[in-house]
Design a protein around this ligand. Structure first.
Ligand code: FAD
Length: 395
């Protein structure tokens, strides 16, 4: 089985590692001339770290990660705080695997090193995929430089603007959500002592929210600030903004939020788009994974984790499965699609929850938080995510 993968992001590299470990031949074609993730953080819940332990890179990842001790909710203006749940040891006891927060370039490096240990020349850089052709016997991936490569299956792991998805199903029509996300990395030593903690914090307010959590053994703090704003609509990891504009967006928010904003060396902004959940991912010998087929708002912190789960389940479906390649890909898709689409919907429903107008008034806000973040409701929102086991789910 020779599998071609378009895109060496977190999803593509996880799939490559899983497939190589499971005995397939793999080649990954990445448009960028060097492997680099944007300098931003990522939360990896137990359902994602489980996959990395199964692939033998859990300990390497742990060495680069931060094991966040817990999560809390804070109110945008008064700073009132509610403890949400314990993570750290609790995640291991409850779900069997840790909850890591990690700097994206570190995770990419761990994955790329592991892929290259299995097959030194598996990752082809500076090779942009522009299309494909398939018939009943094989699939051919076309590269921008005019060359084509042949294989038994092609996986589009080429992210939110996927060329492979467009080749399968035509251009999509993303809708702007009216929310932009600011992000930045703050050196922990720049923050006041009471903020330099290994805790993930979710500030909620009318029309916006801010999430921050520690990275790199607590040396960095990751910042994401989401705000309802309709005057800017670019979906990009590399669009820069200024600290002054960011501070204006969060005017009236608590001083701790502004302590973060002041200390971000380079703030970036991203317009959040939604695409309707897809009813199909595969045609013949070609399928999709990750953001290419289920991009989602970052409000459940599950976009990358879903891509990681996809990669492992795909590896199992192609290597363990019976039947021809198209039927193996259909089994992968039917094992994954409903869950991924549920995460797309769950992420979207958090906009209303995090940005609720009830949060404008501190007394009403207190009742609202007590209700929305009551133990049972939190469990309903997260248990189905964290308990999933990509290594044994039926395919
Ligand atoms: C602000 C923000 C915060 C987030 N926080 C979290 C979080 O805490 N937890 C979480 O799980 N998720 C989070 N996400 C979501 C997560 O970033 C994505 O879901 C994840 O990066 C998707 O991985 P992917 O491999 O599918 O795509 P990508 O990471 O986009 O990788 C796609 C790769 O394909 C390459 N490529 C694209 N086109 C081509 C082509 N034509 N030819 C060759 N190569 C190509 C790209 O260069 C890239 O390397 C967040 C997202 C945002 C915007």
């Amino acid at each position: 089985m020779r599998v071609l993968i378009a895109g060496a992001g977190l999803g593509g590299l996880t799939a490559a590692l899983a497939l190589l470990r499971m005995g397939c031949q793999v080649d990954v074609y990445e448009q960028a001339a060097e492997l680099r993730e944007v300098g931003a953080g990522l939360q990896l819940s137990a359902n994602g770290t489980h996959v990395f332990y199964a692939l033998g890179v859990g300990e390497a990842l742990k060495a680069h990660s931060c094991e966040t001790e817990g999560k809390e909710i804070r109110l945008w203006n008064t700073g009132e705080t509610w403890k949400l749940f314990d993570l750290g040891r609790n995640s291991v006891e409850r779900y069997g695997y840790p909850y890591f927060t990690v700097y994206r370039p570190d995770l990419l490096e761990v994955l790329a090193d592991a892929v290259r240990r299995e097959k030194p020349d598996a990752i082809h850089l500076g090779r942009k995929c522009v299309g494909f052709r398939q018939d009943s016997a094989a699939v051919e991936l076309q590269l921008e430089d005019g060359e084509s490569v042949g294989g038994d299956a092609l996986i589009g792991a080429d992210g939110v603007h996927s060329r492979i998805r467009q080749g399968l199903f035509g251009a999509d029509q993303p809708q702007f959500t009216g929310v932009i996300a600011w992000r930045g990395i703050v050196p922990m030593q720049a923050l006041p002592a009471h903020m330099a903690r290994r805790i993930g914090t979710n500030w909620i307010g009318p029309g916006g929210h801010v999430v921050h959590y520690p990275l790199r053994s607590g040396r960095l703090m990751n910042f994401v600030g989401a705000l309802e704003r309709s005057d800017w609509q670019v979906e990009s990891w590399s669009a820069r903004g200024t600290n002054a504009e960011l501070a204006r967006d969060f005017e009236g928010w608590h001083e701790d939020v502004h302590a973060l904003i002041r200390n971000i060396p380079a703030p970036y902004k991203w317009a959040l788009m939604v695409r309707p959940p897809m009813q199909r991912w595969s045609v013949g010998r070609v399928s999709l994974l990750g953001d290419a087929c289920h991009s989602m708002l970052p409000f459940l912190a599950q976009g990358a984790v879903m891509a990681i789960e996809d990669g492992y389940v795909l590896g199992r479906a192609l290597s363990e499965g019976r039947g021809d390649v198209p039927s193996r890909l259909r089994r992968y898709e039917s094992a994954r699609r409903e869950r991924a689409n549920r995460a797309v919907e769950g992420s979207a429903s958090n906009v209303q929850r995090f940005h609720n107008r009830a949060l404008a008034d501190p007394r009403e806000a207190r009742q609202y938080v007590d209700r929305e973040w009551a133990g049972q409701r939190v469990a309903e929102r997260y248990e189905w995510l964290f308990r999933y086991d990509a290594t044994s789910v039926a395919i």
